[in-house]
Design a protein around this ligand. Structure first.
Ligand SMILES: Cc1cc2nc3c(=O)[nH]c(=O)nc-3n(C[C@H](O)[C@H](O)[C@H](O)COP(=O)(O)OP(=O)(O)OC[C@H]3O[C@@H](n4cnc5c(N)ncnc54)[C@H](O)[C@@H]3O)c2cc1C
Length: 475
């Protein structure tokens, strides 16, 4: 039993006083329901908020947190709900703080190559705004058209360019944070170097909304690369395709911007979802999408030719370069829509986020094949192969009953995660633990590691008010 209080009409009135009546949703099941889930398909991970508030300032969020602490009501921060681990779902009910109104870019500082933004800005809008100033935000989650930068920080989002540019954490150097107590802290600043005490910025990045609510974010930017080339390489079979991934880097000797992998079932599902023809993929069993960027167009074209030659030498069916921005977009749209396409077919599937050291990536597909045979399921696979992160998607066999699926799923996941762990891998590369994976955390982290994390949570949030029920349970 938890110790939380319910949201009463008096609490709702107090919240209306803080954010304004128009920005509080209460007693409206249909509207509240929109905030009860993220992109995790399984309904058991959805949960209704008691009230939704849409603050517009740090001060308002601070007042909400102070009220919630006093009244012992759980608070869940939520971005665009594109999360894939249930992180933004109000697992214990209570107050849902939507960051949707805090979407202003406060400053683009060209001299320092930094930007200061509120957390509710859509990632793609942020990227476009800095690009107009000749600057580049290298974050490229496949959900960038919808997700918020604050959500990217909270999940330490990776994506299609992480192999060359790293995940979100590399670019976050300052954060204004409303702490669980309601006090406001500013960690870091516009400094490239800073060892003034603990690195609280990086503790906050990836904390899945459990340690504080970010209200301002300082993002380090880099000069916008002048050119980029996207290419597609088709392979007859999965293993030849995935075997190429480490070789592209070691044998050609370059780090591409991205190397994305898709198997045939993913290609078919995503193309069907988009209404795109499969003709260009011929009879490929798998494809790699490879992007190379830089400032010297001739150099990157030569790099692409070298990659194409190597792949063909090792058995690729075909390799071609996207000739126009429309071609580039067509290639990437199929990859970006893969998750959505599987979800549209059936909610009886789980999108996984396993990650292994890059050298071990060829060993992942045989594990998936073995498990799909053992449990008589489909496990299509796609993902950011270049950084070792694959989105194996366990899909219910239509001939299984619902009870069989519910029985099999934890067994499949336990086997999968255990095997991935033996390769030096772990259960999430970028989507986080949330409420979806918390039962599996002990498979990959020991007691000392988990207890250290819990100590931090208890020290910063003694009432366990902020986003309870995520990552691990606090007794
Ligand atoms: C089609 C699709 C493709 C995707 N591709 C990628 C990908 O390539 N790479 C990748 O990393 N992820 C990917 N994701 C997952 C998801 O988009 C990311 O995790 C994203 O960062 C979530 O952002 P959001 O704004 O939707 O956050 P939400 O889902 O709303 O919340 C995510 C977490 O952030 C917390 N949070 C949100 N805002 C704040 C804040 N201001 N302060 C503190 N905590 C906060 C929430 O409490 C929650 O724990 C994909 C999702 C989809 C649906």
């Amino acid at each position: 039993m938890h110790h939380y209080q319910r949201v009463t009409p008096d609490i709702v009135d107090a919240l209306k006083n803080i954010v304004g009546e128009r920005h509080v949703l209460f007693n409206d099941e249909e509207k509240l329901k929109q905030y009860s889930h993220d992109e995790v398909a399984e309904i058991k991970y959805h949960s209704m908020p008691e009230v939704v508030v849409k603050p517009n300032s740090t001060k308002e969020i601070s007042a909400i947190m102070k009220l919630a602490n006093r009244e012992l009501i759980p608070v869940t921060p939520q971005g665009a709900r594109s999360g894939l681990s249930g992180g933004g779902v109000p697992a214990m009910g209570g107050i849902l703080v939507s960051l949707e109104r805090m979407n202003r870019i406060l400053e683009i500082d060209r001299v320092n190559m930094m930007a200061v933004t509120e957390p509710g800005i859509i990632t793609n809008d942020f990227s476009s705004a800095v690009q107009k100033e000749g600057l580049f935000f290298a974050g490229y989650p496949m959900s960038l058209l919808t997700c918020y930068l604050g959500g990217n920080v909270a999940e330490n989002a990776g994506g299609g360019k992480a192999i060359k540019y790293g995940a979100t954490s590399r670019y976050i150097i300052g954060l204004e944070v409303v702490m669980p107590s309601g006090e406001v802290a500013f960690f870091g600043g516009k400094r490239v170097k800073d060892v003034t005490g603990y690195n609280m910025v990086q503790l906050m990045v990836g904390s899945e909304g459990t340690l504080g609510i970010f209200t301002k974010i300082i993002v380090k930017l880099i000069p916008l690369p002048k050119a980029k080339i996207d290419m597609m390489v088709l392979f007859e079979d999965l293993q030849t395709a995935i075997d190429m991934v480490p070789k592209i880097m070691t044998d050609v000797g370059i780090i591409p911007t991205g190397i994305e992998f898709m198997d045939r079932l993913t290609l078919e599902t995503s193309c069907n979802h988009l209404g795109q023809s499969l003709e260009q993929y011929k009879n490929a069993g798998a494809v790699l999408i490879i992007e190379v960027d830089g400032n010297d167009e001739e150099q990157i074209l030569n790099d692409c030719l070298d990659i194409g030659d190597l792949c063909t030498e090792k058995g690729a069916l075909d390799a071609y370069v996207a000739q126009t921005p429309a071609d580039q977009e067509k290639i990437w749209a199929v990859r970006r829509n893969a998750a959505e396409a599987f979800k549209a077919i059936s909610p009886r599937q789980t999108l996984e986020d396993i990650v292994v050291p890059m050298s071990k990536i060829p060993q992942v597909l045989p594990i998936l094949e073995k498990l799909s045979q053992k449990y008589d399921l489909f496990i299509p696979c796609y993902g950011h192969a270049g950084d070792g992160n694959l989105h194996a998607t366990v899909v219910k066999n239509p001939s299984h009953t619902e009870a069989q699926w519910q029985d099999l799923l934890p067994k499949v996941l336990t086997d999968l995660y255990s095997e991935i762990y033996t390769l030096g891998g772990t259960i999430s590369g970028e989507h986080g633990i949330g409420n979806k994976r918390k039962q599996y955390l002990p498979l990959v982290l020991g007691e000392t590691e988990i207890e250290s994390m819990k100590s931090i949570k208890k020290a910063l949030d003694p009432n366990n008010i902020l986003n309870p029920g995520k990552i691990f349970d606090i007794e």
